[in-house]
Design a protein around this ligand. Structure first.
Ligand SMILES: [Zn+2]
Length: 108
């Protein structure tokens, strides 16, 4: 799949910030839903320098969300205790439960 944060994992040590976001997202007054499984909340927000924001669903569907900006990610950053550095995207997805194991499940 193109247009995925995975594409950036091997390119010049990108600065990546991933923040779990249990609540719904509605950046322009329209609640974001997953095109693959219809989930409406419980996201992983992935910020990749310089200013790309990806949304990942529990079902592993992931897409670039143009309605979200760096500020949206950093704004929720302080609200979570799950922030840490991950060795790889795969490890991060497994560690945060976004590897498909909790497909169709809201954990929070
Ligand atoms: Zn989904």
């Amino acid at each position: 799949m193109t247009n995925s944060a995975d594409d950036h994992r091997n390119s010049h040590h990108p600065v990546v910030l991933a923040v779990p976001h249990p609540e719904p997202l509605n950046p322009r007054g329209i609640t974001i839903t997953c095109a693959a499984c219809n989930a409406a909340r419980d996201w992983l927000l992935i910020h990749v320098e310089p200013g790309m924001v990806f949304v990942r669903c529990r079902c592993t569907h992931e897409w670039r969300e143009h309605d979200l900006e760096t500020a949206d990610v950093t704004a929720v950053r302080g609200a979570t205790a799950n922030e840490r550095v991950w060795a790889s995207f795969d490890e991060m997805y497994r560690g945060l439960g976004f590897d498909g194991l909790f497909r169709l499940t809201y954990l929070a």
